[in-house]
Design a protein around this ligand. Structure first.
Ligand SMILES: CC(=O)N[C@H]1[C@@H](OP(=O)(O)OP(=O)(O)OC[C@H]2O[C@@H](n3ccc(=O)[nH]c3=O)[C@H](O)[C@@H]2O)O[C@H](CO)[C@@H](O)[C@@H]1O
Length: 417
């Protein structure tokens, strides 16, 4: 907390090109706790907001989970305080662990927030945001939620009663909230990826060549990037490798693959490509998503909301295969919005048989009309100021609550231990 004590002046910043329009002003002593653990889809947008807040002079704490994706991800952002909470997902067989984790996390967050004025808490969704938002509410700290998906998640729907504002990535997600102000901000994207939108074709081509050469791939071959979300996707891995090993050259050539498999599938998938003699770089997870998006001529992916926001910034044509078991089928709804506007192709997992997937990819790789139409449509989804808009909302909410932050809740909860 030593860093926070030094903050006595209003912070201002000129915005980075392609990232955040306008001038950000952060009140002196503003502290923001961001609950963004559990998945990359919550972590990376939370980190994009944290980065801007830090530059504007705020003091930032990230509340994350013990999962590997969080541990790796937060390494990329020096200067923030990171608090790892003992949260565990609500799954069959681990309900007791989940409840104990929630309680332990709640106690830890409460200890962290209490006694220091000026906190605003931003919940990015997911189970690991629950104890953070609950503790903030209990202590009387203002809460803002961000919902990236087209269909709001269960955690955010339940936590909204304690929030001052709900910020949404897709306009469609703005309906149906009661008793809370809703704003459409878009979903924040890591700065280096947001900035791809401003790259010209020459710079992209040159970097593409460099990245492919660093990966040991052929700069002259079309390249397909496969992303199953932050933890990989077994169903997607199966469909893509079946397509890749059965790909018959059509005279236009055969693509090479950059495949992000998730930890559980890495060795097996690498073996499949190797034994079929298909050129591929296989990784469980990459910290260099910006480079991989530049190297790719097409993408096959699940349709997590954060990755969709990155696709729009990077403008890479994609076939989306939503995770069929996603809660409320939210990945299908995310993908549908892009597909309906021509920004991506949408395939159900059962439709993604090798022939069909190959035909879709051939369109994206070699049909100039399809490619350019999709690139243009993707551009319309890109919201360069999303992170800045979230910061501005936090500042408004903090300002509105100045002087009242430590007031007890009805029933005197904030006053208890
Ligand atoms: C199964 C499930 O419910 N997944 C949800 C989860 O997905 P998930 O965590 O997979 O989120 P997304 O697919 O939206 O984003 C993945 C993030 O991880 C990054 N990445 C991925 C792989 C890699 O090797 N390196 C890397 O950096 C991507 O660049 C992206 O920033 O949160 C999203 C946002 O609420 C939801 O839309 C998804 O539906």
């Amino acid at each position: 907390m030593a860093r926070c004590a030094q903050l006595e002046v209003m912070g201002t910043r000129e915005t980075a090109p392609g990232t955040s329009p306008g001038r950000l002003r952060v009140p002196a002593g503003m502290r923001v706790g961001i609950a963004c653990g559990g998945t990359g889809g919550h972590l990376f947008p939370g980190m994009a907001v944290a980065e801007l807040l830090l530059e504007a002079g705020a003091c930032v704490t990230l509340f994350v989970s013990p999962k590997e994706v969080d541990r790796r991800g937060v390494r990329g952002l020096p200067g923030v305080e990171v608090v790892t909470l003992p949260v565990a997902a609500w799954q069959a067989g681990s309900r007791v662990a989940c409840l104990l984790g929630m309680m332990g996390s709640w106690v830890r967050v409460r200890r962290h927030l209490r006694g220091v004025a000026g906190w605003v808490v931003l919940g990015m969704g997911g189970f690991s945001s629950v104890p953070v938002v609950a503790a903030a509410w209990w202590l009387g700290c203002p809460v803002v939620l961000h919902e990236a998906n087209a269909v709001p998640g269960r955690a955010n729907r339940r936590l909204a009663r304690w929030a001052e504002r709900v910020l949404v990535g897709f306009e469609e997600a703005g309906r149906g909230w009661r008793g809370v102000e809703v704003r459409v901000t878009g979903t924040p994207v890591r700065r280096e990826i947001a900035e791809l939108a401003a790259w010209d074709a020459g710079r992209r081509l040159e970097r593409r060549r460099e990245v492919l050469s660093e990966l040991g791939l052929d700069g002259a071959r079309p390249t397909v990037l496969v992303v199953g979300g932050s933890q990989g996707a077994r169903g997607l891995n199966e469909r893509v490798t079946a397509c890749a090993v059965n790909w018959q050259g059509t005279g236009r050539g055969v693509p090479q693959w950059i495949h992000l498999t998730g930890v559980q599938d890495e060795e097996r998938i690498r073996g499949v490509y190797r034994s079929a003699g298909v050129p591929a770089v296989v990784m469980a997870f990459s910290d260099r998503m910006v480079d991989l998006l530049v190297a790719a001529d097409a993408v096959v992916a699940r349709s997590g909301a954060s990755f969709l926001a990155e696709l729009a910034a990077a403008r890479v044509p994609a076939v989306l295969i939503p995770f069929p078991a996603a809660v409320d089928d939210h990945q299908w709804h995310n993908a549908r919005l892009y597909a309906d506007t021509g920004a991506a192709r949408l395939l159900g997992q059962s439709e993604a048989v090798p022939d069909r997937l190959r035909r879709e990819l051939e369109l994206l790789l070699w049909d100039e009309r399809v490619r350019s139409g999709m690139v243009e449509a993707l551009g319309r989804w890109h919201r360069p100021g999303a992170a800045a808009a979230v910061v501005e909302e936090l500042v408004v909410v903090a300002g509105r609550n100045r002087g009242t932050v430590r007031e007890p809740r009805a029933g005197g909860k904030a006053g208890r231990g």
